[in-house]
Design a protein around this ligand. Structure first.
Ligand SMILES: Cc1cc2nc3c(=O)[nH]c(=O)nc-3n(C[C@H](O)[C@H](O)[C@H](O)COP(=O)(O)OP(=O)(O)OC[C@H]3O[C@@H](n4cnc5c(N)ncnc54)[C@H](O)[C@@H]3O)c2cc1C
Length: 537
């Protein structure tokens, strides 16, 4: 399935304007212009997409409706459903989530003397980490420094970021790259052996490290292999999602209840410390957007933490990646990595006109694309009625030399070739797609959850690091930096913890709070998988 004749007509216009666009920089937006654009076109600013949270630590604040629905959901359990004197597993550190944050935490918890159980909803490595393409940031070049990285992160996040978390992020970054390389991640190198780095949206230095466009797969493979090499200290349980956290009578978090996805059986895991690393919420499909996320990204960790009193930060802001595939239909919403723009591809409308600087921050780039396809009516229509704009990928080989696209973006080339589209010759049709929950559980720099004893969190499930907008390459960095920090802190804390009798009284209390707030919901959360995965045609 190649492009339709109507699309081909538009591509001719893109080709006609290409020579004039090459080497002619499009002006970046001024801050006021950007703010106005965001307020008019970014989904974060659509009041009809939001609702007030009526119960729990963020009561009175707003979030996307789909997130509020699951935060205000009922538990799978009530306290009388389980005999908590029957403990199935006992451990120092329980890690919930088998992506990059969970795996990093497991390694550092073990290194600091803990026995670890890592439980995950699907298979170990079925995670957004595995799908990450573009790269990971770290200021490790002579013309760069953690301070410049810090300023970029703060600027990208609208200066709403938690400064202590950003400091931890940028200061650990060079070390983390060395650690990943020592575990076997094959970063792209220059002929002289130094790291190959490029720009990402919002970076003022070239600090994006990559492994082709399989960066996440390369990182996840290395971390997973390392975890699997310590079976005596780290036990992996797959297809065993956590459905509720356990507390003890002293008010400390004390493990979790799991559900065996095959048998439906409940398992009680008692743990001195618990780390939530459950990732993102893309599969909630905010405002009906398609998503880049894997099927397990249903915000479970936010629900679990919220019910034991964890406060969420920036839960009202979500990142829509500007370049999701808009065609062909089979891959709508899947990511077209920001590295395509990082290598020089411009974003142009149906008439081949550039309308936005191609390396604006993601929020502004996405809003500009939505404006082009709606108010300005300059989008390209697909047979299913969707609209998108062109990402002019053939420019990359013109700028950097033939073979660059094949060499630097092999996954992208293959993804489109399956549908008869050659991105070295033709541009790619794109539209924003739900990508990343900017906010999440509020943590301290050591990964401990603010105000909840013995609970830690790391990775995409947390908030504060990225403020109100994450820059490309800072999530792979965040999951390793804070996964490591949480693993270490939890292992050290576990040496001091004395647990009391286990209880699920907080679940009954939660149900009481729902009732008092007049919330008669029939949503049971965490939802574990999106509804459509359960429907049989
Ligand atoms: C397509 C794509 C491309 C990306 N590209 C980049 C990039 O180039 N650079 C970058 O920095 N970032 C990128 N990101 C973002 C980044 O990859 C993720 O934010 C990051 O990897 C998240 O890691 P994590 O460990 O927090 O979550 P994940 O990797 O998603 O892992 C979460 C794990 O928790 C499990 N889980 C969920 N609920 C439960 C439960 N109830 N019980 C037990 N387990 C549970 C999941 O099954 C999964 O195994 C990309 C994301 C996507 C989707």
């Amino acid at each position: 399935m190649s492009y339709t004749p109507e699309m081909r007509e538009s591509i001719k216009k893109v080709e006609a304007t290409r020579p004039a666009r090459l080497g002619k920089p499009f002006p970046r937006m001024a801050p006021e212009e950007k703010q106005e654009l965001l307020e008019r076109f970014h989904p974060d600013y659509r009041p009809e997409g939001f609702r007030e949270i009526r119960v729990g630590p963020n009561k009175g604040e707003k979030a996307m409706k789909e997130l509020v629905d699951i935060l205000e959901g009922r538990s799978h359990l009530t306290s009388d459903m389980l005999d908590l004197d029957r403990i199935d597993y006992d451990t120092d550190v329980l890690i919930i989530g088998g992506g990059g944050a969970g795996a990093s935490a497991a390694l550092l918890a073990r290194e600091n003397g803990a026995k670890v159980i890592l439980v995950t909803k699907l298979r170990f490595g079925d995670a957004n980490t595995m799908m990450a393409q573009g790269g990971i940031q770290a200021a490790d070049k002579p013309n760069d420094s953690p301070i410049i990285h810090y300023l970029d992160v703060m600027g990208g996040g609208g200066f709403a970021n938690d400064p202590d978390l950003v400091e931890a992020l940028v200061m650990d970054a060079p070390l983390v790259i060395q650690w990943l390389e020592s575990l076997g991640v094959m970063f792209d190198k220059e002929p002289d052996g130094t790291m190959f780095t490029i720009h990402g949206g919002g970076t003022s230095r070239k600090r994006m490290h990559s492994a082709g466009d399989y960066t996440g797969a390369s990182i996840m493979r290395a971390l997973r292999d390392e975890v699997l090499s310590y079976p005596e200290d780290i036990t992996i349980m797959e297809f065993a999602p956590a459905i509720e956290l356990l507390m003890d009578e002293k008010g400390q978090v004390a493990g979790a209840v799991l559900e065996n996805l095959e048998t439906g059986e409940h398992l009680v895991v008692r743990a001195k410390c618990t780390i939530i690393a459950t990732g993102d919420t893309g599969r909630l499909h905010y405002q009906g957007f398609a998503t880049t996320n894997h099927y397990g990204a249903t915000g479970d960790g936010l629900v679990l933490a919220y019910r034991v009193g964890a406060k969420l930060i920036h839960q009202d802001t979500y990142q829509f990646h500007p370049t999701g595939a808009a065609y062909p239909e089979q891959i709508v919403g899947q990511l077209v990595t920001a590295k395509v723009r990082g290598l020089g591809a411009q974003v142009v409308n149906a008439d081949g006109e550039q309308f936005v600087y191609h390396l604006e921050t993601r929020d502004a780039e996405a809003a500009a694309i939505i404006r082009e396809c709606t108010e300005r009516g300059k989008g390209v229509e697909t047979p299913s009625g969707m609209r998108g704009v062109w990402l002019d990928s053939p420019m990359i080989d013109i700028i950097h030399g033939p073979g660059t696209i094949e060499g630097r973006l092999p996954a992208m080339v293959r993804q489109f070739k399956r549908f008869g589209i050659d991105i070295t010759v033709d541009p790619i049709l794109v539209y924003p797609t739900a990508h990343y929950q900017n906010g999440g559980i509020a943590i301290e720099p050591d990964g401990s959850v603010k105000g909840v004893p013995n609970l830690y969190a790391a990775g995409a499930v947390t908030g504060g690091v990225h403020g109100r907008n994450r820059l490309m390459g800072n999530s792979l960095l965040e999951i390793t930096v804070f996964g490591r920090r949480a693993g270490r802190a939890a292992a050290l804390r576990a040496k001091e913890v004395r647990l009391g009798k286990l209880t699920l009284a907080h679940v009954d209390d939660w149900h009481r709070q729902l009732e008092e707030a007049g919330i008669g919901t029939n949503i049971v959360s965490p939802i574990l998988l999106p509804d459509y995965t359960r429907k049989v045609r």
